[in-house]
Design a protein. Structure first.
Length: 597
């Protein structure tokens, strides 16, 4: 008699649930048991298979007594009832192959929490393909072990349902993007070299010594930017690539030294064309319904003015209001207004808390005050008090608002401070269980970025040196370069930049002028590109989407490492295999010791 063994299905080092999410199930491949030993996956078995003889392969997740084994593969689990042999000697996580008949479970043994909780396989043939001889710890405790351990034993972490879901979501997304670009819009996938030469004026690059040309180095490309432009010169017309990019930028919490971009370039296009095709691709390929979704557009200037950042998170319903004209002061005076309905969550105590959180950022612009609109008057409750704050009472914008976070001083500093204040206000409100942020995905285009930014008396480019200036500002290039806008655009999702691109310079003399006159970049390193522009380069533009970040947001995880199979730690190390490492002495000598003859 089968006893109730529903309890066996305890969560196995899963970070959320053993069950695959519904939208994920829809996109699951139908034919994943072709050309292999099994007839079905464990997770696909259902009542409709009752009576069928099946062969399954997977991991023994749990064994109980002599007769019960929970068999697991990427798709799920199913219970085995051994009619012959014994489960007693099978260590967990051993790899087994079974043959048997799918049977229904007695009513009282059904586990409604599981997809296959109403069936089991009566096994008459079991083969242990590989005994699991060691595990660093019980896999049920895996999630508790922390990220470092997960990365050290990444192959075990990948067995978790969370990583399985993430990596399969990644594969599905990339495959639909390929389908969209190649089959619906005539793009050509072209691979470009990863052994390249240094690109001046960009991020720090990894160097690779050449053993053929002693003393010479390749560099790993920060992106295929030059190659994709050269493909346009070559008449490819519409290019894309799932490209590995490398930046030797050291430890950053949510950056990887190697990362993946969906890289796109198109000839004969405007910014609008690139933005529109990117929107259609995301709508079409996103596994969640985005049909009614808007992709609003705002200029860089508007973004800074209203949100204090070029990556606003439109889920938060708070923005910056300019009050400078109310006060007789040279300072920029801005505020964040909190709607009346949230007043109940804010008190002198919470205002002090919010204020001291902001002070942690150590901003230059520390003079901030929080004020309540109470009984027709403004009452100062925390932070510094601005002179003449009573004039605020004359303003009617607070009709339905009760709290104001005021900041004053230098324009950029005020914007930065209030940009940081917004999430502090939102978190304080939400810590009471109310919500001031919308759920879901809020995409946004930010465009008309400045072409240059000033660093002392030097200029650097805001996007990259191949970005075209805005045609209305070409005169300013000679007279007031920091005022020149560019034809660059960024795609922002929920406050993170997930893509960026631009229309490029296709005129070699303009490109040469910008490189040498404004950016102080040696054109010697770029003569191949400059020459190519002179050989009939079509007008062109493109974009690159950061696939790691896009996927992290899609999967709802806070770190891009959770959507990368073998990521580096935040210090840029591979904790599993120990990279980077010291090469053999001979290799070092070969590459780096000066040859004395
Ligand atoms: N190559 C650029 C980047 O990696 C993207 C682009 O301009 O298309 O940011």
């Amino acid at each position: 008699m089968l006893k109730s063994i529903a309890w066996i299905f305890r969560p196995y080092f899963c970070h959320s649930t053993r069950q695959l999410p519904r939208n994920f199930q829809k996109s699951m491949p139908r034919h994943s048991s072709t050309h292999c030993w099994r007839t079905h996956t464990c997770g696909e078995l259902r009542r409709r298979h009752i009576g069928e003889r099946v062969t399954l392969c997977g991991w023994a997740e749990f064994c109980r007594g002599k007769s019960f084994v929970i068999l697991r593969d990427w798709q799920g689990q199913v219970q085995m009832f051994l009619t012959k042999g014994s489960a007693k000697d099978i260590p967990v996580e051993s790899v087994i192959k079974v043959r048997g008949i799918v049977q229904s479970r007695p009513e009282k043994n059904i586990n409604h929490a599981l997809n296959a909780g109403d069936i089991e396989v009566h096994v008459d043939d079991i083969e242990v393909l590989n005994t699991c001889k060691s595990l660093p710890f019980s896999l049920q405790d895996f999630a508790k072990k922390g990220e470092e351990t997960r990365m050290r034993y990444r192959y075990l972490d990948i067995r978790s349902q969370m990583m399985q879901n993430h990596l399969r979501t990644r594969s599905n997304l990339i495959s639909s993007m390929r389908e969209f670009l190649i089959h619906h819009h005539g793009f050509v996938e072209v691979e470009t070299p990863t052994l390249f030469r240094p690109t001046p004026g960009g991020a720090k690059e990894f160097l690779v010594p050449s053993s053929v040309d002693n003393g010479l180095f390749y560099s790993l490309p920060q992106s295929p930017q030059q190659f994709k432009q050269l493909l346009m010169v070559g008449g490819i017309d519409r290019y894309f690539q799932v490209a590995k990019c490398y930046r030797d930028e050291g430890a950053k919490p949510d950056r990887q030294p190697e990362f993946t971009q969906l890289d796109i370039e198109m000839s004969f296009v405007s910014s609008n064309d690139v933005m529109r095709i990117t929107e259609s691709m995301i709508k079409k390929c996103w596994p969640k319904d985005l049909n009614d979704h808007e992709f609003p557009r705002i200029t860089y200037q508007e973004a800074i003015e209203k949100y204090g950042t070029d990556k606003p998170d439109l889920r938060t319903k708070l923005s910056i209001t300019n009050l400078s004209n109310l006060f007789d002061s040279k300072d920029t005076i801005n505020c964040v207004v909190v709607p009346d309905s949230y007043h109940k969550y804010l008190s002198k105590h919470t205002a002090d808390g919010m204020h001291s959180k902001l002070m942690h950022f150590n901003d230059e612009c520390a003079r901030n005050g929080i004020f309540f609109w109470e009984n027709g008057n403004f009452e100062h409750i925390s932070g510094d008090r601005i002179e003449n704050y009573e004039v605020l009472s004359d303003v009617r914008i607070w009709k339905n608002s009760s709290v104001v976070w005021l900041s004053w001083g230098d324009y950029n500093q005020v914007k930065t401070t209030l940009y940081k204040a917004i999430p502090i206000v939102a978190d304080t409100i939400e810590s009471n269980g109310d919500s001031i942020r919308d759920e879901g995905y809020k995409f946004l285009w930010v465009y008309d970025f400045p072409l240059f930014e000033a660093d002392g008396d030097k200029l650097s480019c805001v996007h990259h040196p191949f970005t075209a200036p805005h045609p209305d500002d070409t005169e300013l290039i000679h007279t007031d370069p920091t005022k020149v806008r560019s034809l660059a655009y960024d795609l922002v999702l929920n406050g993170s930049e997930v893509g960026g691109g631009s229309i490029r310079i296709h005129d070699s003399s303009l490109q040469r002028h910008i490189l040498s006159e404004h950016l102080d970049i040696e054109t010697d390193d770029l003569e191949h590109l400059l020459y190519a522009l002179d050989c009939g380069a079509p007008p062109h533009g493109g974009i690159a989407l950061g696939l790691d970040r896009l996927l992290a947001m899609l999967c709802g995880t806070s770190t891009i490492r959770d959507v990368i199979a073998f990521p580096k730690s935040s210090a840029g190390r591979d904790l599993m295999c120990g990279a980077p490492c010291k090469p053999d002495r001979d290799i070092m000598d070969h590459f780096f010791k000066p040859k004395i003859r």
